[in-house]
Design a binder for this molecule. Structure first.
Ligand SMILES: [Zn+2]
Ligand SMILES: [Zn+2]
Length: 836
């Protein structure tokens, strides 16, 4: 008599039961010491911002990593799968403004809530190594790193134009400005302000960051391309034009950067950015020019704010001054143009209209001369200006005529170096990382300003510089910390006199730049982490997160790793061996997000269908690298499938238990057929974990296998399928589902008479002999129309297949009395008869 248990799959009972058991066993998800002798595997999903609620986008991200971690445990690896909180940042301050809850309280209570959600989803995280970046035991090491960088000249202060988000009321890094808008406020135009700021010298590693990308072959190509473009290396030459006053050149120089010094004889003007230092000299004595320059500045500002600097309508004004080409003494007019950027290259260019599209457009507009200096090697080719090829020869270039472009570049660079008016130069688009934020909820920058000693770093033994807890937060008037006298006023460690603290805090991307090292040794109170432990775990074997971090977190953390290596803390050059960027979760045509109001809460899904169904659905509904279109029907469908697994397994568990551990001998018939399907499914899923990550088709393959089991219900019920085979079928079904539906499998594992955690059970191995199909079904067509299928051996050759097709009764009936003109055989696939 079937009891209730066999009939009803009840995740609401099973799931909390197992969560409680797992929570009671801290060793379950804990790492083992390196001496365990197992190979290590570090799998990591990007840590969440504790906004208060997980949504299904999170569930998808973490379900991918969790499935992989579980699989690797079963493969016998020493797995590290930690979790933490990217807990500093503006939303906590905004919430404080709105609800009058202190940011710390708000953040910690959100963390508690999200941790509950993670546990309710059954995620296999080792909470013993939890990292919370807003707590002093973590951020003191941000300060420590900052001081080490300061000592090495990698952290410095300068006044510069910075990106200012009026909505955030703080400075943003270049990486946080997307199309001229704030990365957090897509409707807010970023302004430019002059401020004294702290910078980290990421440009010191520009070349290494670029070259390292070639070795990151476990990263998506699109991410590598984005980083290459962001670093933006260009090789060229810096050359000084001399300022001409009257007929003589002065010693004043205008340094220009060009990638095409071979075209310098074609330069017909020099163009300055409106902010160029020389422009101020010119306008100081020329109010009319000043007014024109102000207009150019205004146009540039508007274009920058519109995020479309590249498409700016080009305007320029002549200064009335001239510059002298150092190679041929030619006098060319100096212009000021709105499309020349002060922060790119030297803020000045030579304009060569014959060989540059932008220069050509400008010259035509303002009637500047156009002088061709490169000609195609093939003399018969007609030339239309502008002509940009680098496969040409120089002409109209004096002694350099006839040289190839590359030869000329080299020769001209040498001449410039000898004459001390220029040099070969590599420039990068990458700028130093501005890390000062005029906000409260971040790591205090550990610096003091003393009246006597100037800038003084906080000594290591005074770390952490604690973030005061009671503080009034407003969005006006600079850093909130500046209004806290108890924080600001300090004692100078050098002279004992009064000093004032730096009141800017660090960009939150500092926190995430090295958090994954802290996981390896999260409780260390004397160092950020133990080097030996980090060296065992790094690099991360698999990192999983959103592509939106390609030029933010993923470039900052590479930089931080290189700095830590140079500090002697770690041995690896790169933090992450393999990177996976998952697709978004879409609902009603838009990315699932709080601001769009289309968030599906995992709590609701768990209440209705269970955590296993929600997790398995998020893997099943789309390939992990593609966007997933959220359909609640789909979750219901997966839930029904899990219920089928439940019924089937509990029904035959008693038989399986009697066959447990008994070797299978010479299976035949239905038993053989089911075992074949099983081993094919094992092979497919194993391969997917190793390479393809098509988890959506894995869940589908398990569904197919379950369909076959159900179709064999009569043979299972009658005992035709021997107990050892039943045991193998059900045991492996449960093992295969283990990465995807952890609660269900834990319960069924026990049901099958197994003891111990399924996470420590070896992953099933596919037997290639059993997996091999011995017969294939080949469709046979007549004149392109399917008539029948014939069974042939898998390794049948074309002749055998043809014979089998012609011997088929249906085919014989159709071709009787007709002429077979042609027989096309595609081995293993198809036979087509052309009949008249
Ligand atoms: Zn903003
Ligand atoms: Zn002092």
């Amino acid at each position: 008599m079937p009891d209730d248990r066999e009939q009803r799959y009840d995740p609401a009972t099973i799931e909390p039961k197992w969560q409680a058991r797992w929570a009671a066993d801290p060793s379950l998800y804990a790492v083992e010491p390196p001496s365990c002798g197992k190979p290590k595997y570090y799998v990591l999903e990007m840590l969440p911002y504790p906004s208060g609620q997980l949504h299904m986008g999170h569930v998808r991200n973490y379900s991918i990593g969790d499935a992989l971690a579980r699989h690797m445990w079963m493969r016998g690896y020493n797995v590290m799968h930690p979790m933490g909180w990217d807990a500093f940042g503006l939303p906590a301050e905004n919430a404080a403004l709105k609800n009058h809850v202190p940011p710390r309280e708000w953040t910690l209570s959100n963390i508690a809530g999200m941790k509950r959600q993670f546990n309710r989803l059954g995620m296999a995280f080792d909470w013993a190594t939890e990292v919370t970046t807003c707590l002093p035991d973590y951020y003191r090491w941000n300060q420590w790193f900052f001081l080490r960088m300061y000592e090495r000249g990698l952290a410095y202060r300068k006044k510069s134009k910075v990106n200012w988000c009026p909505e955030c009321a703080t400075v943003l890094a270049n990486e946080q400005v997307i199309d001229g808008r704030c990365w957090r406020h897509e409707d807010t135009i970023v302004e430019q302000r002059d401020l004294v700021q702290w910078f980290l010298r990421i440009t010191a590693y520009a070349q290494e960051l670029l070259e390292g990308l070639d070795k990151l072959d476990g990263w998506p190509e699109k991410v590598r391309t984005m980083q290459r473009n962001w670093i933006g290396r260009s090789e060229g030459t810096e050359v000084d034009f001399f300022l001409a006053e009257g007929h003589d050149k002065t010693e004043k120089r205008i340094r220009v950067f060009t990638t095409r010094v071979d075209t310098i004889f074609g330069a017909t003007s020099v163009q300055l950015a409106p902010q160029h230092a020389l422009v101020a000299d010119f306008t100081a004595v020329n109010p009319a020019l000043k007014a024109q320059v102000d207009e150019l500045l205004d146009q540039q500002k508007k274009a920058r704010e519109a995020g479309d600097l590249g498409a700016i309508e080009k305007h320029g004004v002549p200064t009335g001054h001239f510059a002298i080409n150092p190679y041929n003494g030619a006098r060319v007019p100096i212009w000021i143009a709105n499309y020349i950027l002060a922060d790119y290259g030297t803020g000045a260019i030579m304009s060569v209209p014959a060989h540059d599209e932008r220069d050509f457009e400008f010259a035509v507009k303002y009637g500047l001369p156009i002088q061709q200096v490169i000609t195609p090697e093939d003399k018969s080719m007609s030339v239309v200006l502008p002509f940009f090829s680098e496969d040409g020869l120089l002409c109209n270039s004096g002694e350099y005529d006839g040289l190839s472009c590359t030869q000329a570049q080299k020769a001209l660079q040498e001449v410039a170096a000898r004459g001390a008016f220029g040099e070969a130069k590599v420039t990068y688009r990458l700028k130093d990382w501005g890390v000062s934020r005029q906000r409260y909820w971040g790591t205090p920058i550990p610096m003091l300003y003393c009246e006597t000693d100037g800038l003084v770093p906080v000594p290591d033994d005074q770390l952490p510089v604690l973030l005061p807890e009671q503080i009034e937060i407003t969005q006006q008037g600079g850093s909130p910390l500046a209004r806290d006298a108890a924080f600001v006023n300090a004692i100078c460690p050098k002279c004992g006199g009064p000093a004032k603290r730096e009141t800017d805090t660090m960009d939150t991307f500092v926190d995430s730049s090295w958090y994954f090292y802290r996981y390896t040794d999260a409780k260390n109170s004397t160092a950020p982490f133990d080097s030996a432990v980090a060296n065992y775990w790094f690099p991360i074997d698999q990192y999983i997160g959103g592509v939106e971090h390609a030029i933010l977190h993923l470039i900052y953390s590479r930089f931080w790793t290189k700095v830590m290596r140079d500090l002697g803390l770690i041995a690896n050059d790169e933090p992450v061996r393999r990177l996976f960027t998952q697709g978004m979760v879409i609902k009603d045509g838009a990315k699932m997000s709080k601001s769009k109001g289309n968030v599906v809460s995992p709590d609701d899904m768990i209440a209705r269908y269970g955590a296993d169904a929600a997790r398995a659905y998020s893997l099943f509904a789309a390939p992990p690298d593609r966007d997933l279109d959220w359909q609640e029907d789909g979750v219901a469908g997966v839930s029904r499938f899990l219920a089928r697994v439940w019924r089937l397994t509990t029904k035959y568990a008693p038989v399986a238990r009697t066959g447990r551990g008994i070797p299978i001998e010479g299976p035949t018939g239905a038993a053989l057929k089911l075992l074949r399907k099983l081993h094919q499914t094992i092979a497919k899923i194993t391969l997917d974990f190793e390479a393809r990550w098509h988890f959506n088709t894995d869940v589908a393959a398990i569904m197919e296998f379950v369909n076959e089991l159900q179709a064999a219900d009569a043979q299972l019920a009658s005992g035709e399928i021997p107990a050892p085979v039943v045991s193998a079928l059900l045991r492996n079904l449960v093992l295969l589902l283990a990465p995807f539906a952890p609660h269900l499998v834990a319960e069924l594992w026990e049901e099958l008479g197994e003891t111990g955690s399924i996470l420590r059970a070896p992953w099933p191995q596919s037997d290639p002999e059993l997996a091999r199909e011995d017969e294939l079904e080949i469709p046979v067509q007549i004149n392109g129309k399917l008539v029948t299928v014939v069974g042939v051996s898998v390794d049948a050759d074309a002749k055998t297949i043809e014979a089998a097709a012609l011997a088929d009764e249906k085919i014989q009936a159709r071709i009787a009395g007709k002429t077979v003109v042609k027989i096309i055989v595609v081995p293993r696939k198809l036979v087509n008869l052309v009949v008249k």
